[in-house]
Design a protein around this ligand. Sequence first.
Ligand SMILES: [Zn+2]
Ligand SMILES: [Zn+2]
Length: 346
Amino acid sequence: MQALVLNTDGDAPRLERRDIPTPSVGARDALVRVAACGVCYHDVAVVDGTLRRGVKRDVVLGHEVSGVVADVGEQVTTVQPGDRVVAALTAFCGKCARCAAGQEYRCLRGRGFGHALDGGFAQFVSLPETSVVPLPDTMDIVQAALLACPIGVALNAMEDAAALRPGETALVVGAGGGLGAHLAQAAAALGARVLAVTTSPHKIDMLEALDGVDVILADGELDFSEIAMALTDDEGVDVALNPVGSALFGSCIASLAQFGRMVVLGEIAGRAARFNLAELLFRDATVVGATGASPRHIRKAVDMAASGSVQPIISQQFSFDAASDAIEQMRAGATFGRVALIPPSA
Ligand SMILES: [Zn+2]
Ligand SMILES: [Zn+2]
């Protein structure tokens, strides 16, 4: 099969298109013909060499996978060839304390697709039966690639990490990005009033077109926290969703209301966050990290997309031969929402 393999032998890692054996199918595995695979900041960090820990040699990257089941092992009972599915982000044991608590994405024996295990930048990927979530027949198979990450990840952040309640105000920074655009939509779908912060004037129209989302353009003149305060009668926001990390950490805290919660979902700059702890204290505020999505989050994402309350946003599709352009688009932050790789069909 055709796959993009990460070659780390040279000075800098690079994606190479190679013909490699189609993965074997274990007794409890489903072989999925990949329809689309989203390109995530995780993939960019591995290609850039800034993320190396736990990455397998000659890994096939990509964890945002949708496709059609092509073959199943003899003990598989929940899916069959022809079923349309989205992949979970990890393989998990289903038995440890984390799995029992519904935190399968942090399974004590878990391994990530496109990281410790081969992922979806390939024509086929082999997945444990427990790591595939079925899709309704009516769902667009390419758009479905985003239902685990970023949409399931967004639901985990809002429901489990932030305990966002209907009627609360949620601030989303980096709102034009792949995670941000879906955080903004999902927060609105969960009944929050959403303030979406972007630094890109060309993304304003696309954000304003999302239901229930008000846009703040952070153009450098006024800190967005001052605008957030003005838009909330100086109360501040209940939840700040921060996929950017350290660069906007202080402004997110300054935007929070009393008992506000900030969820950190990413760290782009790789730097330490500087802020005055008194800002946290006098608000009785909480800062919490959130990564990943468990099957229950992904199933909810499937239901929300099926009902139309969230819409996966893939603004550009790339062939394998243009994979480096897809990575470059992500690195530049130029596109609205996600870009996806489409494997050759034969
Ligand atoms: Zn992702
Ligand atoms: Zn486990």
